[in-house]
Design a binder for this molecule. Sequence first.
Ligand SMILES: [Zn+2]
Length: 174
Amino acid sequence: MKNKFLEKQYKEIVSRAVKLKIMKRKEWNDRFKTYRDECGHSFVHYLECIRNKIDVFLTTNPIMLRNRNELQERFGVRIASPEELHKELHNNENGKKCPYCDYVGTEHENIDGKKNPIEGDISFCINCGEISQFKNNKLIKTDLNSLDESTKREINDIRVAWLRTKAISNVKRG
Ligand SMILES: [Zn+2]
């Protein structure tokens, strides 16, 4: 059963993409027309993502996922399955998880307050006071002595301040 309204919309989106030179009419007829699954026409939704410059196109369509490398290269918009994105978000959490005590910090606790840590960033754990380094999307244990002098000094300052706060909160609690 085909929804007439939807089919009309699909047609319009395809025509618009051709007009905007996102793809050629011939490419559509020869190939992309068939990239359809029971959930609808994923490729047409993809065209809309391209037009709107969306970062990631989420799909469960096996044809889209199978051809994604080629599509990404051709159209620039990343294709991912919901599971993959979920995994990535989980990895992001690993990027905030202290390797010593498993405390998951917030972005406020990164030394330079950046939202997304980059390779090599140093992180100070406000739960246990240890330092770690961001590598391959997660925090790993780091030896303070392996860091340069200015970073060491910075960490010492943070640690002193942290110990002081901790002492105060212990007094309040006790
Ligand atoms: Zn910790």
